[in-house]
Design a protein around this ligand. Structure first.
Ligand code: ATR
Length: 284
């Protein structure tokens, strides 16, 4: 429709607490782009129909969040390699011919936060990835691309970790195990990709995994420190951070796919964490 600004949305269920509209409105203002970005709460059984309607009505792109990320793969006529490896889509973009490209920017968001914002070197480091659900799956290939010494995927349900590691075995040194199999070794980098922080729980990883030089990253974020960040600090590790940076960086990657320009993330990250009551959530 002529004169109407380009339409974007985040589709989830529930989605009311999503910070994506706030983040993308700041990106749009900063880059001088004229667009609208709204929340779409869509139940799983109506997902295909509602997203189809959105694009049929001229919508340019959507972000996909829980519980739709796997379902969204079927809507894309083409998937990026990273979406295929992640087994999930968090970004759909309308192309000129009306078809949809499916991408996944979560892993790139984590890597950009770790290496760009935090300045962490992952090459030749021992990485422990806790969790074996969709969030963990989305970050394994991008982490392996940084050439760590190895990634150990540890999960409460050991078989899920073993199966997940097997999917990525061709891309680098990755192995799966249960928490009890971790032994006494400490890691250079520990990433919490479980949903435990969202319910105030902690994964039962042995304290020996956390050394004095360990850097800990929680993919979850919330007001103040997450339970995992607090716990890692109590265990005496070097530093532990929540996943605000990943949230903003994955959004910046989506924005770039849609608009062809990558916004600066630092001011948006500052605006988010400076808010008086940031929502609790997790990227991936
Ligand atoms: P997603 O990664 O998208 O949240 P999920 O399949 O719901 O997808 O996975 C949640 C992850 O958090 C799993 O790795 C789960 O462990 P299990 O596979 O054993 O269920 C993990 N998780 C959730 N609560 C946890 C807790 N209290 N302690 C340890 N791991 C937990």
């Amino acid at each position: 429709m002529e004169g109407r600004v380009d339409q974007y949305a985040v589709v989830g269920h529930p989605v009311a607490h999503s910070l994506s509209p706030f983040i993308h409105s700041l990106f749009a203002r900063q880059t001088g782009q004229s667009l609208s970005y709204r929340l779409m709460d869509v139940a799983p059984e109506r997902f295909v129909e509602r997203v189809g309607e959105f694009f049929a009505g001229g919508g340019r792109g959507v972000n996909i969040t829980l519980p739709h990320k796997t379902r969204a793969m079927a809507l894309a006529s083409e998937l990026t390699e990273r979406a295929r490896l992640a087994g999930a889509v968090n970004t759909l973009a309308a192309r000129r011919d009306g078809t949809l490209l499916g991408d996944n920017t979560d892993g790139a968001g984590l890597v950009q936060d770790l290496t760009g914002n935090i300045g962490m070197t992952v090459k030749k480091r021992n990485v422990l990835l806790i969790g074996a659900g969709g969030a963990a799956r989305g970050v394994i290939a991008p982490l392996l691309a940084l050439a760590p010494r190895r990634i150990v995927v540890a999960n409460r349900t050991a078989e899920r970790a073993v199966a997940l590691a097997a999917v990525f075995a061709g891309l680098g040194a990755v192995e799966g195990c249960g928490f009890a199999d971790l032994g006494g070794e400490s890691f250079d980098l520990i990433i919490n990709a479980t949903s435990a922080s969202l319910t105030g729980e902690l994964p039962a990883v042995p304290a020996t995994a956390f050394g004095r030089d360990t850097f800990c990253y929680d993919m979850a974020y919330g007001r103040g420190d997450t339970p995992f960040v607090r716990w890692a600090c109590e265990l005496g590790c070097r530093e532990a951070v929540p996943g605000w940076g990943m949230l903003v960086e994955q959004a910046a990657e989506s924005f770039r796919l849609w608009r062809g320009v990558r916004p600066l993330t630092a001011p948006v990250l500052a605006a988010l964490t400076g808010r008086s009551a940031p929502a609790t959530g997790r990227t991936g």
